[in-house]
Write a protein that binds this ligand. Structure first.
Ligand code: ZN
Length: 288
């Protein structure tokens, strides 16, 4: 599932192809649900003739700003892909929607699992989306002090708390596992039991992992490619994600373990991310 670095990679690869372009038309394929309840002809009537002013990212959302203060919000979810291809090219595999641009390119959305959405919204809808989402982990507002203050109020497992999009926007399973490994923190620690030093390590780890992944153009997994069909370059840099039960820890050589936290497969090193007493007590006494 695309996370912040993958969505950012798609954004960057689309800028030159769509910004400044006038929208000519809209085609919706055999899954009208991609518009989240809107009718294709209504959306077309609203966006035809508008010019793309820019493309932004907020958490895992892409926001394509139009020149009338509306926007097209794209959520890739599990398997969504956004690409710009010449208008005359045949439909992509699992193509759900295409926006025809004046430069002869189509902005096309394909999505095997149909969880992704492309929604035309007004400015106040964007404000509501923005308010629902937590802080951007690569921006200034995401400080160690802020994280410390927030984690103190949370009693959930640290991995589940980091996945909460209302707290931090854009982190997902891959980069949470990588960040916790780098910080040496067990994924089942209760968030409010982290020491200030651990929170500082975690804060640094989240930033370092995300920055490296953005630089590497994201991680390629089964469905992710950027808008040009390039595969992400970060996969080889993953240290624990997906390796639980299969590979030794790259730091200490202990076999990485796999568990499930908050319903998500989780890989960690039992030695570098030690289980503390609180976790043991929790496993013994809690059904959560
Ligand atoms: Zn280790």
């Amino acid at each position: 599932m695309p996370e912040l670095p993958e969505v950012e990679t798609v954004r960057r690869s689309l800028i030159d192809k769509i910004v400044g372009q006038r929208i000519r038309s809209l085609r919706v394929g055999d899954f009208p649900g991609v518009l989240a309840g809107d009718r294709a002809e209504d959306v077309l009537a609203r966006i035809a003739g508008r010019v793309v002013r820019g493309i932004r990212r907020r958490a895992k959302y892409l926001i394509i700003d139009l020149d009338d203060d509306t926007a097209i919000v794209v959520h890739l979810r599990m398997t969504g892909r956004l690409s710009a291809v010449p208008h005359e090219e045949p439909p992509l595999r699992f193509e759900r929607l295409a926006i025809e641009l004046a430069n002869g390119l189509d902005l096309r959305f394909s999505d095997q699992r149909k969880f992704g959405r492309v929604i035309h919204v007004h400015g106040d809808d964007l404000d509501r989306l923005d308010q629902r989402l937590g802080r951007e982990p690569l921006e200034r507002g995401f400080s160690a002090a802020w994280l410390q203050e927030r984690l103190q109020r949370r009693t959930g497992k640290i991995k589940a708390v980091l996945l909460d999009q209302g707290l931090i926007g854009g982190l997902g399973n891959i980069y949470v596992d990588e960040s916790l490994f780098r910080a040496g923190i067990h994924p089942e620690r209760r968030a409010n039991t982290l020491t200030p030093e651990e929170v500082r390590r975690l804060h640094r780890a989240v930033r370092a992992v995300l920055r490296a992944a953005v630089d590497g153009r994201g991680t390629t997994f089964s469905s992710f490619e950027d808008a040009e069909g390039n595969r992400g370059g970060y996969g080889g840099a993953l240290r624990v994600y997906g390796h639980g039960g299969k590979s030794p820890c790259p730091q200490c050589g202990t076999l990485l373990e796999r568990t499930v936290v908050g319903g998500r497969g989780t890989s960690f090193c039992p030695r570098c991310q030690p289980v503390v007493d609180a976790v043991i007590a929790d496993r013994a006494g809690s059904t959560e």
